[in-house]
Design a protein around this ligand. Sequence first.
Ligand SMILES: C[S@@+](CC[C@H](N)C(=O)[O-])C[C@H]1O[C@@H](n2cnc3c(N)ncnc32)[C@H](O)[C@@H]1O
Length: 252
Amino acid sequence: MRERIALEKRYAESHEIYLGGFSQDVPIYLDLAGKYGSPVLEVGCGTGRVIQRLAKAGYDAHGIDTHRPSLELARERLRPWRGRAHVADHDMRHSPLSTRFRVALVTLHAFNAFIEIEEQRLFLRNLRRSLSDGAIVAIDCFYPLALAKPELAGEWREIERTHGGRSVVVRDRREMLTPLLERRTQVFRIDGGPETEWVSHRRHVTAGQLAALLEEAGFDDPRWMAGYDAQTLQPAAADDAPATPFTMLADS
Ligand SMILES: C[S@@+](CC[C@H](N)C(=O)[O-])C[C@H]1O[C@@H](n2cnc3c(N)ncnc32)[C@H](O)[C@@H]1O
């Protein structure tokens, strides 16, 4: 048990270092918050990278996640913005939140953690219930590396990142177990410490599939952009299946 807790903590720390320098998604989220206002909800807030940027910019920002060690790091990081940055352990598959948000951000592939379609449906229904009418949702979806670059399927890659004076070296392997299900194996080492293995699964969803799920859950006008490039924003059609990561927007 103690070993499991230590492993979970190391995983949260490695995430903090690994993603610490990532900010490509932030401009679009600040733009949505600017247009639609507070309060803003982030689903899958992890260690608070995006919430921090929203709170710094003056928005009332709420993050939810189910990984407690990440939430602990988020609380530490967000201490200077305590009045308007909040995080909580909440799983939207199980129940909506009582606050009605103006903006919901499902950041950096959190939606792809839902493997079963019924989990996706429950999540989207509860998310719709947590938004006021006239609000907006943005969902950032991954595109599997093994589909984008089949030559890398099952191959180990080594990635090194530094942030805040700390470093993480990650050996990373992706493989498709089914046409939609990716298994990701990561072996990471923080600041030259012990190696830790972490295995996770993500489900690939196409833009057309996600648009249909959003409409079924009560959202309107689903539209998507490649990555975070608002210039590519386009209405979602049933057979849209971009071979890139994409961000889906829809209205409530
Ligand atoms: C790739 S991390 C991204 C973290 C953060 N959004 C960032 O960009 O720095 C995905 C996050 O989704 C969270 N997550 C997975 N399932 C979740 C669920 N059912 N509810 C809330 N968060 C979830 C994970 O714990 C993880 O922190």
